[in-house]
Write a protein that binds this ligand. Structure first.
Ligand code: NAP
Length: 306
């Protein structure tokens, strides 16, 4: 069996930083084309639109790396052409859209992998195991980063369907929902939306998983040291996941979890799903963000110059 041909759609930051290197390093895949309005990839045919690519390009599975608010039509076109599909997080800009993509993939018999890269961070599996044997008393998430550093020149994050600070915050929620056994419900939320933007720059969530209180503090205005921490407290100890799940400490003592390799692991999983003809599309993190929008309140914030 030869390598799986794969096509990257949306040649932007994450495609260049992670997808293209992960594909190049994985012998199960071979990049055969790229699709982007402006970006190009050397050494393969490039197309400026997915319809043109699907009509004339070499066949392959598709890795959709465009922003969430423009994913629906591209995903449906790919599935209608019978292509296996990997999509970046968040999987779509609404639950209705991702449900539509899931139903289309199921009807077409194509593989759909809605990725949550943070779930592949090296500390997440050990955190899940630690939680499994314990009675938790609380969870605190602090996810504070510098939007200018991680989203340079991107305007989609501020437009409707662009998620704002939930774009990184949903990564924390993807870890939370992978390690807690109970569904996470939104009790209250406050979202700060800058003047002139459609999406929040900061959000405070008051959540609950069963009887375990969970707080989340998402902020995009943190310069300097970046904070991506989840602290779990149980009756008999504490666990801290930091650096987005790359580091783990139990009762204050660091635990060796190995080097970060989120995207290599994502492509290993994609190959495995293709081999098994199975899909993996969990919408729970997106459901929590949607619930925060339904139950929370928006407050104004100062205009932010990106
Ligand atoms: P990006 O740099 O803006 O790249 C997305 C690319 O999609 C653009 O370069 C653009 O390329 C293409 N595109 C097609 N239609 C578009 C449209 N209507 N508006 C804007 N771009 C359009 O964004 P990114 O940071 O790579 O993020 C893409 C996805 O990856 C998001 O869902 C994000 O959450 C996820 N992600 C990002 C990071 C990160 O560190 N930035 C990390 C993990 C995951 P053309 O102009 O060439 O068409």
């Amino acid at each position: 069996m030869g390598p799986i041909p794969v096509v990257v759609v949306g040649v932007g930051k994450i495609a260049r930083d992670q997808h293209l290197p992960a594909i190049a390093a994985n012998p199960r895949f071979r990049l055969v084309a790229a699709v982007s309005r402006n970006g190009t990839v050397d050494g393969v045919p490039n197309f400026t639109g997915i319809d043109d690519y699907l009509a004339r390009g070499p066949a392959g599975a598709i890795a959709l790396c465009t922003p969430p608010d423009v994913r629906l039509e591209m995903a449906l076109a790919a599935v209608a052409a019978g292509r296996d599909l990997l999509i970046e997080k968040p999987p779509a800009s609404t639950l209705g859209e991702i449900d539509t993509i899931i139903a289309a993939a199921r009807a077409a018999g194509t593989v759909l992998f809605a990725t949550w890269h943070s779930r592949f961070a090296p500390g997440v599996g050990a955190a899940r195991d630690w939680v499994a044997g314990r009675r938790l008393t609380g969870v605190e998430i602090v996810w504070r980063e510098d939007v200018r550093r991680w989203h340079p020149g991107q305007d989609w994050i501020w437009r409707p369907g662009g998620f704002g600070v939930f774009d990184p915050g949903i990564n924390a929620l993807s870890i939370l929902t992978a390690i807690l056994p109970d569904p996470v419900l939104v009790r209250a939320a406050t979202m700060e939306v800058p003047d002139g933007a459609a999406t929040p720059i900061a959000a405070r969530l008051d959540l609950a998983a069963g009887d375990v209180p969970v707080t989340a503090d998402f902020d995009w205005r943190q310069e300097g040291t970046q904070t991506w921490d989840i602290r779990l407290t149980a009756r008999d100890g504490t666990l801290r996941l930091s650096e987005g799940g790359a580091r783990l400490a139990i009762d204050g003592r660091p635990v060796e979890v190995g080097a970060p390799r989120e995207y290599p692991a994502i492509y290993e999983r994609f190959a495995d799903l293709i081999d098994r003809r199975e899909s993996d599309a969990d919408t729970e993190p997106l459901r929590i963000v949607a619930d925060a929008g339904l139950k929370g309140r928006q407050v104004g914030a100062e205009r932010f110059e990106p």
